[in-house]
Write a protein that binds this ligand. Structure first.
Ligand SMILES: Cc1ncc(COP(=O)(O)O)c(C=O)c1O
Length: 342
């Protein structure tokens, strides 16, 4: 049913589930189109042990945030990009393709019904977690006969409290995140189960996260844990091109646009060599959770590399401030990225 929002201590929010009032639920049969669902109290759902998602990982998800801004409005940030991505992810997993308009309406409904769970300005955001699962029972490996779309929400705190600490990353030479022509560019649940072991090994040995290399060419970098990766060298901003195994991040796209339009610097979506990363002027990663987070040290097979003396770089800092400024309505949204909810 959700906890009473009046009992939430907004200053101690982390990234843990806090149950809210309601969730959105719709269902769809295989080969049908999605039609609108409804808000129901947040709670457990019942599934057959033979559900497609439980046995064959037929599931995709999204992650997005609703913010309370300086102007005391509630906004979503570029939600149409999440709608487009979930539609692509569902298609790739043989799930009825998500209707982008229905997805957007559902996201707005869930925010409106849980508005009192949105942290005050500057204290965090309401994280939305849309999921689509094959919930019909299957025995053989095949698409399920029925699908469930749910959006639940949870208030979350800022990723970093106080000063941002640049990350220490470990290049993993033992595991790949995604195969070329696999499902790395879809937000498929299986990609995340595959990342748990490499990530936990790195964390046990004192690193913040891992850098994944391209499975077809191990000289090239791909992503950092579940975030996109950027480098700055001689005032040029570079990020790995989207060639099938990299998730097309909303923040990645936003940072590329801000660098071009607001900072007037050259941007390249291209192959990025691990050697270039280790000798870059600045390195950072991007995502809905991490926003723009600097990388201060990288450990690879050939030892430890310090980036910008372990400090946040100027361009990293500017991009982070520009993005947060728009999301919090501290500066003007000239690119029309905010979707206000009234
Ligand atoms: C594998 C992966 N890469 C990149 C990202 C960043 O994407 P976005 O900026 O849309 O949050 C995410 C997070 O969703 C992710 O899971």
């Amino acid at each position: 049913m959700g906890i009473d929002p009046k009992t939430i201590d907004w200053d101690s929010l982390g990234f843990n589930l806090i149950e809210t009032r309601s969730m959105y639920k719709a269902t769809c049969k295989k080969d049908d189109s999605w039609s609108p669902g409804e808000l129901i109290p947040f709670g457990n759902i019942e599934l057959s042990p033979a559900a497609g998602v439980l046995n064959y990982g037929q599931g995709v998800f999204e992650g997005m945030k609703a913010y309370r801004t300086l102007k005391n409005r509630i906004v979503l940030f570029r939600p149409e990009m999440n709608a487009k991505r979930i539609s692509m992810s569902t298609k790739r997993l043989c799930i009825p393709e998500m209707d982008e308009e229905l997805f957007l309406k559902a996201a707005i409904e869930i925010v409106k019904d849980n508005v009192d769970y949105i942290p005050p300005y500057g204290k965090g955001s309401l994280y939305l977690r849309p999921v689509v699962w094959g919930t019909g029972p299957v025995l053989g490996v095949k698409p399920a006969d029925e699908y469930t779309f749910i959006i639940f929400a949870s208030p979350v705190g800022p990723y970093f409290k106080g000063n941002i600490k640049p990350l220490h990353l470990k290049v993993t030479h033992n595991f790949h995140r995604a195969a070329p022509k696999g499902i790395g560019n879809a937000k498929a649940i299986g990609n995340y189960s595959a990342s748990l072991y490499p990530s936990s090994l790195a964390k046990k040995t004192g690193f913040d996260e891992v850098i994944y290399l391209n499975a077809g060419n191990e000289q090239l970098i791909e992503e950092v844990g579940s975030a996109n990766m950027f480098i700055v060298k001689d005032n040029v901003l570079k990020t790995p091109r989207l060639a099938g195994s990299i998730l097309p991040g909303v923040t990645r796209d936003s940072v590329l646009t801000l660098a071009k339009e607001k900072l007037d610097i050259e941007v390249q979506e291209t192959d990025v060599l691990l050697d270039e990363v280790c000798s870059a002027d600045e390195v950072f990663c991007t995502g809905t959770a991490v926003v723009v987070t600097p990388v201060g040290k990288i450990t690879s097979e050939d030892g430890e590399h310090s980036i910008n003396d372990g400090k946040i770089g100027i361009i990293t800092h500017e991009l982070r401030s520009l993005l947060l400024g728009i999301q919090r309505e501290e500066c003007e949204d000239t690119l029309n990225w905010l979707h206000p909810i009234d």
